[in-house]
Structures are given as C-alpha cells and as structure tokens.
Write a protein that binds this ligand. Structure first.
Ligand code: FE
Length: 225
C-alpha cells in the first residue's frame, strides 16, 4: 500500500451499480447494498439461475482484463490524431466505443482536457462512480471518504498532498461523477514525447493522470532506466 492509499484509506468504500440512495455513514461495516448484492447472489446461485463461475469471470474481467490500459490507448490516440481528439471531446462515449470499449459503467462518458492553464480532477462525492470501461475498477483511495470530501473542500491541498503542485494561475475544475455521468481526464502530452508512436505514448499514461491526481511524466531519457 503506498502512502496515498494509507493516508486516504479511512473508509472501506464500496461499489455500486445505479443507486445513489445508500447510507454512506456506515463506512466500516458492509453497506446495505453490499449485503443485498451478497444475498441476491447467494439466492441466484442456490436457485441455479446463475453460475458462480460466470460471476467470477465478470469480476476477473474488470479486475484484470479491463483496466487503465484501455484509457491509456484512448488518450494516446487523442494525442496523435486531432480528428479523433475532436470526436472524443464532442462525444466521448462514441469515440471510446470506436475501440470497442463499451458497456457497464461507461455508457455516458465525458472527457475533459487538461491544458497548460487548466487542470481537471475527477471524484464521486457520493460514493465511487468511475469509468470502468476505460479505467477498470476504482482504487481504494478513490472510494475513501477523505478523498471524496477533500476533492471538494480543498482540491489544491489534496493534489499537493498527492504530489501534484499546481501553479496558482492554473484553473482547477473538479468533476463530480454520478451513475449517469462518468469523467475521464485527457492529460497533457508530456514534453520529450515528440516522435513517440501511439503504443509508446500509451505506455506513459497512468490511471492517476486520467483521474487528474497526477500528470503524465515525461519519458525517461534514452539510455537511462
Ligand atoms: Fe457514485
């Protein structure tokens, strides 16, 4: 667990599908929705309506196969192809769909672009809404109560604590995700990446940069690790 995770991991957080009506005060016991999901899962398995292996396969897919690599490919394409970037900013769901990344928790996507004087940060103040199709499952700190609160109360202080110091003249916009609307940050292409191809660029893009808690670091100079 890194420092950030340790600092921010005060609440257990939870995932959810559509509802925003669950209780957020009980952070240390399983939430109502978690218990309801468990009960429903047990019942469906018991009645033979659902194969537990099929459920495991879905969880495995979001944990291992779908992940930030998808988002990184989208970002790298936008850096290389101005027409794609235009489509992405105009209709993110459709442009992301061009890669075949569609489905659960990615239906209504909005991509917000970082610029030299504008930085975007994504949070879900109510719970943990997150663009699964491009970033996979949300990290623990994203779901934590301190992150969710401080992203609104003191976003600059939060970013500073996470190692990102924004100049005072950089505007900071905070986007609150919901079950209806999920945000992906299009980070700035780093200096020193000129001439890199799309695949190499995608390898530079991190999950944190696409949430807006970090920038994409310049590539390591040739000959150095
Ligand atoms: Fe949420």
């Amino acid at each position: 667990m890194d420092t950030r995770e340790r600092d921010l991991r005060h609440g257990s957080g939870h995932d959810h599908g559509r509802a925003h009506d669950h209780d957020h005060a009980q952070q240390d016991v399983p939430s109502d929705i978690t218990l309801r999901v468990k009960a429903l899962e047990s019942l469906l398995v018991e009645k033979g309506l659902v194969d537990p292996a099929a459920l495991d396969a879905i969880v495995d897919m979001y944990e291992h196969k779908v992940g930030p690599k998808n988002g990184a490919r989208v970002v790298a394409r936008a850096w290389c192809d101005p027409a794609y970037k235009e489509r992405l900013l105009a209709d993110a769901s459709a442009a992301i769909g061009e890669f075949g990344y569609t489905g659960r928790q990615g239906e209504h996507m909005i991509v917000v672009e970082n610029k030299p004087k504008l930085h975007n940060l994504v949070v879900c103040t109510l719970c943990s809404c997150y663009p699964w199709t491009v970033l996979g499952l949300p990290p623990v700190w994203y779901k934590s109560a301190p992150y969710r609160a401080r992203a609104v109360i003191d976003p600059r202080g939060l970013l500073r604590e996470l190692g990102l110091e924004l100049d005072e003249d950089v505007e900071l916009r905070v986007w609150d995700s919901t079950s209806e609307m999920r945000y992906l940050v299009l980070p700035e292409r780093p200096a020193g990446s000129e001439g890199m191809d799309e695949a190499a660029l995608a390898a530079l893009v991190t999950r944190d940069a696409m949430v807006g808690v970090a920038k994409v670091a310049p590539p390591a100079p040739r000959g150095r690790p």
